[in-house]
Ligand binder design. Structure first.
Ligand SMILES: NC(=O)c1ccc[n+]([C@@H]2O[C@H](COP(=O)([O-])OP(=O)(O)OC[C@H]3O[C@@H](n4cnc5c(N)ncnc54)[C@H](OP(=O)(O)O)[C@@H]3O)[C@@H](O)[C@H]2O)c1
Length: 282
């Protein structure tokens, strides 16, 4: 059934979307604008955001949690409150865990888990005061199916999903909903923007590990580049927003959105690991 675009804006008048310049965040923004929602969208460089009607470009660096919260609160006050907040900004870092300087992992935990949780906290304070709103945190299938050499990315997404799960219980009956949105691989700029930090010299001497890393990287890029377009994820999110209740949304190609979660639920952990190892050629 095709739902009218007018319905979205009757439920959600204003929205805040982090990482609106590219990929999924850009597609979410387009979907919301098409539905008549007024959007405050962020980028570290607002010149990357296209000016259009009902769109407000916001400069936001999520690496600095206190500053990001101040930026959010200023936008919230200008908007007169947000009915919808989508914490989408994120990045990948690919490297062998022990051979990558820990500052890389610390920065990723800080931005993608701690500061995203901080923006969620700020968003919920406003929503609960108004007794209405939807918080959407963009997690990932990687929180359930960890990818090798992206250990901290997987950990941040698993942590975010766990946070969302608790919030769903806490917020039951308050008029505020939480959506744990878990995409599979989508064709965005994500693989292009994945950081590949320098690896410790010990890794270069480890030929087996170097070959494994190259295989995993090739599988990862292949999956990203053959994934559905971001508009597909935006359509899934739109359906969830129109349902208007808390929940987990898995989206992507069939085997990531349906088959994988089925395996995670009913298969054993060792079977799941065997499937992953085979897939990544480990
Ligand atoms: N693509 C996928 O297959 C996939 C799958 C599962 C989950 N996800 C998740 O979906 C979200 C969006 O990913 P994407 O694929 O759309 O990636 P993308 O195209 O690389 O977009 C990432 C967005 O995050 C923003 N960003 C990055 N670092 C930032 C920082 N330090 N401070 C503020 N903003 C920052 C970027 O904005 P600027 O560069 O303009 O500042 C950009 O708009 C991420 O959380 C990702 O983990 C993606």
């Amino acid at each position: 059934m095709r739902m009218s675009s007018a319905v979205l804006s009757t439920r959600y008048r204003t929205a805040f979307v982090t990482g609106a310049s590219t990929g999924l965040g850009h597609a979410f923004t387009e979907m919301l604008l098409a539905g008549g929602v007024e959007v405050w969208g962020t980028s570290r460089d607002p010149k990357r955001l296209t000016a259009r009607e009902k769109f407000h470009a916001v400069a936001l660096e999520l690496g600095d949690g206190a500053e990001a919260e101040n930026v959010f609160l200023a936008a919230e006050s200008a908007a007169g409150g947000f009915d919808l907040v989508i914490n989408n900004a994120g990045f990948g870092a690919f490297g062998a865990y022990a051979h990558t300087d820990f500052s890389v992992w610390e920065a990723q935990f800080g931005m993608m888990l701690v500061n995203t949780a901080r923006l969620s906290h700020a968003a919920l304070r406003g929503m609960l005061a108004r007794r209405r709103g939807a918080l959407v945190n963009i997690s990932s299938i990687a929180g359930e199916f960890g990818m090798p050499y992206q250990a901290v990315y997987n950990a941040t997404k698993a942590g975010l999903s766990a946070l969302n799960e608790s919030l769903m219980y806490e917020l039951h009956g308050t008029g505020v909903i939480v959506i744990d949105f878990r995409p599979g691989d989508y064709r965005t700029d994500f693989d292009g923007s994945v950081r590949r930090p320098p690896q410790a010299a010990a890794l270069a001497a480890d030929a087996v590990n170097t070959v494994r890393m190259a295989r995993v990287w090739a599988a990862f890029v292949g999956m990203m580049q053959s994934g559905p377009a971001p508009a597909h994820a935006a359509a899934s999110l739109r359906r969830a927003l129109l349902r208007g209740r808390s929940g987990t949304v898995r989206t992507g190609r069939f085997f990531q959105a349906v088959l994988g979660p089925f395996l995670a639920r009913f298969g054993s952990l060792s079977l799941r690991r065997r499937v992953q190892e085979k897939y990544f050629g480990l």
